[in-house]
Design a protein around this ligand. Structure first.
Ligand SMILES: [Ca+2]
Length: 358
C-alpha cells in the first residue's frame, strides 16, 4: 500500500513539474521552411514564425496574439569565427508597436532559451545582433524608434545610426532591403539599407570595428532573423521577411600571418625532412618519408647508370683512336725523314780539289 502511494506521488509530482515547466518555458515549434528561391536551404521556423503567401515569405509574429509574440527564422548549419560573412534580406514592418527585426548570431544551443520578448533574446546572455529597431526602449538607451544598432551581449547598442538620416522609416510597412557584411581579416562590420528595388548603396549606413572571433572564441554559433512584439490591448506589429541570403567566406590559409617558408614552394621530394612536422606527422608522415627515400634511391641509381654509360663511351673512344692511328695520319703528310728514299748524286767537278781551294 505504501509503495502504491509512493508511486502515485512520484507520478503526480512528475506531471506537475512538466505542466509547470511547459507553462514557464517558451514553447517553440521547429518547422522547416518550404524550399523557395527567395531563401537559402536549411532554415527552420521557430516560435510564431510561419511561412505565408504560398511559402514565398515568412511572417514572424502573430498579430492576433493576446499578449506577446516572437518568431525566429534560423539557419540550422552551425559555424565558427573567425570567418567572414555576407547576408542580405528584404523585409517590411507594420506601423504597430513592436521591436522590429534583428539579425542575430547566437550559441548553437540557443533554442531552449528563445523567449517571447526582446527579439527572443531576453534569456540569452551571449549574442551578437544587428537590430532594425522600431520601438524606443529607454531602459536600453534607445534614442528613437527608427534606428539600426549593433548589439553585443546586450540590447543596449554599442553603435547606432538613425535611419531617418536616409529618409526611411523602418515601420512604414514598405519593403526595405538590407545588406550586412563582416570581414574577419579587417574585423569590419558594414550595414547598408535602402528602399526595396534600389541598388545596394556604395556607402554603409553604419560601419563598426569588432572582432567576432574574439567575441565567440571558437564556439559554434547559429545565425537567424528574429522579431518580437508585445502590445497588450492593441494590435501587434506584423514583420514579414520576403527573402534572405547568407553566405560564409573563409580566409585563405596563405593569408594568415605565418612566416614565409621558401621550402613550401618546392616539391616535397626535394626535402629529406618534411617542411612542416605537424603537417606530416603520424602515419601520413611515415609514408611520405618512405616515398622520399624511394625517390632519392631511384635518383642515385639513375645517376650512377648515366655516369657508368659516360665512362664506357669515353673508354671506347680512346681505345678506338689508339688502334687506327696509322690510318688516321695520312702517309703523304708524314714528316718522318725515314719515309724518304735517298738517291746518290754524282757531281763532276773540273779542276780537281785544288781549283776549288783557290
Ligand atoms: Ca527598442
Amino acid at each position: 500500500m505504501a509503495s502504491c502511494i509512493s508511486v502515485s506521488f512520484i507520478f503526480i509530482f512528475t506531471v506537475s513539474v512538466l505542466l509547470i515547466s511547459s507553462a514557464l518555458i517558451r514553447p517553440t515549434s521547429c518547422i522547416p521552411l518550404p524550399r523557395t528561391p527567395q531563401f537559402d536551404l536549411d532554415l527552420l521556423l521557430i516560435g510564431d514564425a510561419q511561412s505565408v503567401d504560398s511559402a514565398s515569405s515568412v511572417q514572424f509574429t502573430d498579430p492576433g496574439a493576446s499578449s506577446s509574440s516572437s518568431g525566429l527564422l534560423l539557419r540550422t548549419k552551425p559555424f565558427r569565427f573567425p570567418i567572414s560573412f555576407s547576408t542580405d534580406f528584404v523585409f517590411s514592418i507594420s506601423s504597430h508597436n513592436g521591436d522590429g527585426l534583428a539579425l542575430v548570431i547566437v550559441p548553437a544551443d540557443f533554442l531552449p532559451r528563445f523567449s517571447r520578448d526582446s527579439f527572443g533574446l531576453s534569456r540569452e546572455k551571449k549574442f551578437f545582433g544587428v537590430e532594425y529597431d522600431t520601438f524606443m526602449n529607454v531602459n536600453v538607451g534607445d534614442e528613437n524608434a527608427n534606428h539600426v544598432g549593433v548589439d553585443v551581449d546586450s540590447l543596449n547598442s554599442v553603435a547606432v545610426c538613425n535611419v531617418s538620416s536616409i529618409n526611411l522609416v523602418l515601420s512604414s510597412g514598405m519593403k526595405v532591403h538590407s545588406w550586412v557584411d563582416y570581414d574577419s581579416s579587417s574585423k569590419r562590420l558594414e550595414i547598408r539599407l535602402s528602399e526595396f528595388g534600389s541598388p545596394r548603396p556604395y556607402n554603409p549606413l553604419l560601419a563598426y570595428q569588432i572582432d567576432l572571433g574574439q567575441l565567440w572564441k571558437g564556439k559554434e554559433v547559429l545565425v537567424g532573423l528574429s522579431s518580437s512584439s508585445s502590445s497588450p490591448g492593441n494590435s501587434m506589429q506584423n514583420t514579414i521577411v520576403y527573402s534572405w541570403k547568407f553566405s560564409l567566406r573563409s580566409i585563405p590559409k596563405w593569408l594568415h600571418s605565418e612566416p614565409l617558408d621558401p621550402l613550401r614552394s618546392s616539391p616535397k621530394w626535394l626535402h629529406s625532412q618534411p617542411a612542416d612536422p605537424q603537417e606530416f606527422s603520424g602515419e601520413k608522415g611515415k609514408d611520405i618519408k618512405i616515398l622520399d627515400n624511394i625517390v632519392w634511391g631511384l635518383m642515385r641509381f639513375v645517376f650512377v647508370l648515366i655516369f657508368a654509360a659516360f665512362v664506357v663511351v669515353l673508354l671506347r673512344l680512346v681505345l678506338a683512336n689508339g688502334g687506327n692511328q696509322v690510318n688516321v695520319v695520312p702517309a703523304k703528310g708524314s714528316t718522318n725523314p725515314g719515309d724518304f728514299g735517298y738517291q746518290k748524286v754524282n757531281m763532276v767537278v773540273d779542276g780537281g780539289l785544288d781549283d776549288i781551294k783557290h
